[in-house]
Each structure stands twice: as C-alpha cells, then as structure tokens.
Design a protein around this ligand. Structure first.
Ligand code: HEM
Length: 497
C-alpha cells in the first residue's frame, strides 16, 4: 500500500516486550526474534490474542491508533491484510453499495461454532448477494410499518411483565442486574412475536434459554483464539457451547414442525417472522431445513440480545447523568402521565427518549460495526488499498473520535436534537446500506416501550463500585451487568389499571 497524499496510513509493529536478564547480545537476539515472529509473521495478532486472553477491550486500542494515525488503519494477520476504514467517505462508498459483499472468512467463522452449526447461511451471515437478496425480500413484510404497529400490544404486555418483576425488587435495597432483566424481557418478546412461543424467561428462573444464548455468544468470541477448542481447561466450555447450540436448534425444529402442521391443517398463519422464513423456503427448488433453522437462530439471537444491551447501557448512562434523567422523566410524565398502554402515536411524542437512545448507541453500540470484502483495488482518502482486502467498519470507534463528535466521551443526547446537524456517515449502530439491520424500527419501538414504562414507574440507582466498562462477548455489553437498586416513583404517578 502506498501513501498518496497527506493522509496517514500506519503499519504498527509492536513486538511483545520481554525482559531478559542475560548478556545484551542475547537480549537483542531474543528481541529481534520476537519482533520477527510476532510482527513479521503474525502481524498484530499476538497483541490482539493477548488482549483477548486477558479479557481486555481491544477496540479502545484501535481507537487510539485511529486518533493517532488517521482514519485508515492497516491490520496484519499472517499474510492477510485488513484495513479499518474510519472516514465518512469510506463508510459511504463501501457500505452504501451492494458491490462489496460481507467477508466470507469473517462471517464463515460463525457458520459453525466448534463444529456445531450456528448461524449458517442465515440473514446476518449469508455472503452470496443473490441468496441474501432473496431471503431479505421475503422477510421484509414482517417488518413493515403496519405489521410493527400490530406488535405494540405484545411490547406493552411483556414490558408490563417486566414492571411486575421489578416491583418485587423495588425496595431501595435489593441489588440486581438490569442486563439480566432486560435480556429476559427482550427474549420473551422476540419468542412471542417472531415464533409464537411463550418462553416466560422473565418468570421462569429455570428456563435454559438465556444461559444457552450467553454461552453461544461467549463461544463466538472465543473462536477467535486459535485452537481454543483443543486447549486443556476449555473443554467444559466447548461442550456447553455445543450443547447450547443443539438445544436452540432442537427448539427451533419443534417450533417449525408445529407451525407447518398448523398450516397443513388449514390454520391461518400469522404474518410473523417464522411464517416469512417458511414462505422463503417454500419458494426454493430444494427444501433446506438447515437454512430455516439458521434463520430461527439468527432472529432469536439478533432479535433480543442487542436490544437488551442497548436498554441496559441506557440505564447505566442515565443513572450517571441525573439532569438528563430528570428531563427524560418530565417528558415521559408529560406524554404518558399514568397511562398504562402505550400507543404507537405516543412513541413519536417521546422525542427526547429517542435522542437518549441514539446517544446511548453512539457511545455503547451493541454491534460495533461490520466487515466487507473488496475484490478490486481502490483509492480512498488518498490511500491506495490493494485488491482482495478485508475492510473493517466501526461505529464504536467513529462514535468516539474527536474529529466527528465534539467532546466525544460526554453523554449528550442533544447531539441528536432535531436542529442539530445529522452525523455524516460516522454513526451507524444498525449498519448502513443494503445489509443494514432489518429489525432497526422493531428494536427502537420495543426499547421505547420498555424504557418509557421503567421511567414512568421507578427511580433507579447504580450499585457503587462498577467499572462502566464494555465487554465484548459476541455483542458489546456492560461488563458489570448494570447492578441496580430500584424504588417506586411517587405514588401520585400510579398507573391506570
Ligand atoms: C438495538 C438493537 C439492534 C442493533 C444495535 C442491531 C444492529 C445490527 C447491525 C449493526 C447489523 C449489521 C450486522 C453486520 O453487518 O454484520 C444488523 C443486522 C441484522 N439485524 Fe439487527 N440490530 C438490533 C436489533 C435487531 C432486531 C430486534 C432484529 C430482529 C427482530 C434484528 C435482526 C437483524 C438481522 C436479520 C440482520 C441482518 C440483515 C441483513 O443482512 O439483511 N436486529 N443489526
């Protein structure tokens, strides 16, 4: 890669530091060998593996590199080169066009986990454009405005179940993980509206699904450590991940079989995600039950974990910013008062809540970004990028760069007020272009209903001593689980039955 203009391109070589208490020439030799093996052969991998092993958050290191060296950063792994594109021009060029497919090597890593099929060729991971386009076209009606408005009833019902559970905890003393509660409510919602399943993860502590999903997502992160599945001491985790995958696919199969039987018996199928998945399969020349299950798992996992993380990060940020919380509570009181059933038209009136949720996604995006494959040479920001390169895009990094957001580490929802200039291709928590999130509107309607009820009913406080760090575990989630204490808000605000 050649540098063409003043833009910066960096090739970082950081040999692992070793302290050698021996003759200087041996020390030099060891350092040199370490440099050769760590930097020349493995590229940046040893640094990243070390961070992964120590559970350090490597994206902050990438952010430092981007701030220091500029918006195009090169990463080396063996003979492979990946380039992080952190400029609005690059994001626009590569994400908005269907010409650049998802990178097979990267998404192929989650086709299977430890030899067990995981996301396969589902909608998130499928790389072949034609296959993706067919699936997406069929799924789109399940995310149309009319259909989503019909989901408000379930969003309200399940959010009420959450409020009931929280009331049991709201004595101002009990400590609990908000992330855990949010995970359960979003899981109950997706199971019901996508597949017609009543999981009751909120009320049933014994249900295996939340743990199975956590394990699978942990497995997803661990597959990046080479030979992880063969390491001594890791066998228990590997076995549990495989069993969790089998459980999810088995439940998916039962659910699909039940729905097929109902359709055969002449029952009218609801227009939900499962119906669309089955319709898609019916149009194929050859039936592919494994692909149906890929999509069951894809929607089950992608459709709840992300929203739960967004909600928990938002609670974490609000509890740290009492003045923002107060303004938000005032808006909710103003729009909803003591109303219990939130209507679709109410959501539009909760403008400051939208801003808060957007700002939460800027600093704490549950999905950090996306990856594309570039087959032909390209010049971007004056830098020539050779053909056959992996391109990495990160809303997490761009969202925290000084050049795109003033005072980037400050949580300030006014960045997203109606009069503020819109971020220009430097903010994309749902990705952008044809492969952007199909569930974006669904997720933000759901998040608003849950947050509005929480704000309407409770005062929340964070248990002291939490790190506020992010954990990369398949998605980005709050490391400490957002440990909270709750109290009911003043009784005058009690809700209508
Ligand atoms: C706050 C919540 C959510 C966030 C932050 C989020 C973020 C994203 C991102 C960044 C992508 C692109 C992934 C990539 O390029 O590899 C994506 C894709 C996708 N998401 Fe979401 N998502 C959320 C909620 C949902 C929900 C609720 C559903 C389903 C009900 C969903 C289903 C999907 C699917 C199926 C794709 C693949 C779309 C395609 O390639 O055509 N997501 N999401």
């Amino acid at each position: 890669m050649r540098r063409k203009t003043g833009a910066t391109l960096v090739l970082l070589h950081r040999a692992t530091r070793i302290t050698v208490h021996t003759k200087p020439c041996v020390g030099i030799l060891v350092t040199l060998l370490t440099f050769v093996f760590c930097s020349f052969l493995f590229g940046h991998l040893p640094i990243l593996w070390r961070m992964l092993r120590k559970r350090e958050f490597m994206h902050d290191l990438f952010l430092q590199w981007a701030e220091k060296y500029g918006p195009i950063v090169r990463l080396n792994a063996f003979h492979r080169v990946s380039v992080m594109i952190l400029s609005p021009e690059g994001v626009k060029e590569f994400l908005m066009s269907p010409q650049y497919p998802k990178d097979r090597l990267v998404y192929g890593r989650i086709f299977n986990l430890f030899g067990e099929r995981f996301l396969g060729n589902g909608l998130v991971t499928v790389c072949n454009h034609e296959h993706w386009h067919k699936q997406r076209k069929i799924m789109d009606p399940a995310f149309s405005r009319t259909y989503l408005i019909g989901l408000m009833e379930t969003f309200n019902e399940k959010a009420e179940d959450l409020m009931e559970k929280l009331e049991e905890k709201a004595d101002g003393k009990k400590e609990f993980s908000m992330l855990r509660m949010m995970n359960r409510v979003t899981m109950d919602i997706i199971a019901k509206v996508a597949f017609g399943l009543e999981l009751n993860a909120l009320s049933d502590d014994q249900t295996p699904f939340p743990h199975a999903v956590t394990l699978v997502l942990e497995g997803m992160t661990k597959t990046r450590i080479p030979l992880f599945q063969y390491m001594p001491g890791k066998q228990k985790l590997v076995k549990e991940v495989k069993e969790s995958l089998k459980l999810l696919r088995r439940v998916g199969k039962e659910c699909i079989d039940r729905r097929r039987e109902a359709i055969q018996n002449g029952k009218e199928a609801t227009l939900d995600i499962l119906t669309q998945i089955l319709k898609g399969d019916a149009l194929e020349e050859t039936r592919d039950d494994e692909n149906i299950l890929d999509n069951f798992i894809t929607f089950f996992v992608a459709g709840h974990e992300t929203t739960a993380n967004q909600l928990s990060f938002t609670v974490m940020a609000l509890a740290q910013h009492p003045e923002i919380l107060k303004r938000l509570q005032a808006e909710v009181d103003d729009v909803l008062g003591a109303k219990r059933d939130i209507g679709y038209e109410d959501l539009g009136k909760l403008a400051y809540l939208s801003q808060v949720l957007k700002e939460s996604l800027r600093l704490y995006p549950p999905v950090p970004g996306t990856v594309r494959w570039m087959e032909k040479e390209h010049v971007i920001n004056g830098i020539r990028i050779p053909a056959n390169t992996t391109l990495v895009f990160s809303t997490y990094i761009m969202g925290r760069m000084e050049r795109y957001f003033k005072d980037p580490l400050t949580f300030n929802p006014d960045r997203f007020s109606r009069d503020a200039p819109k971020p220009y291709y430097c903010y994309f928590p749902f990705s952008l272009g044809p492969r952007s999130c199909i569930g974006q509107v669904f997720a933000q309607m759901e998040a608003k209903v849950v947050m509005a009820k929480l704000l309407q009913r409770f005062e929340f406080q964070l248990v002291p001593g939490q790190s506020f760090k992010l954990l990369e575990a398949g998605t980005f989630r709050p490391l400490d689980g957002v440990m909270c204490k709750l109290k009911p808000r003043s009784p005058a605000r009690g809700c209508q039955a």
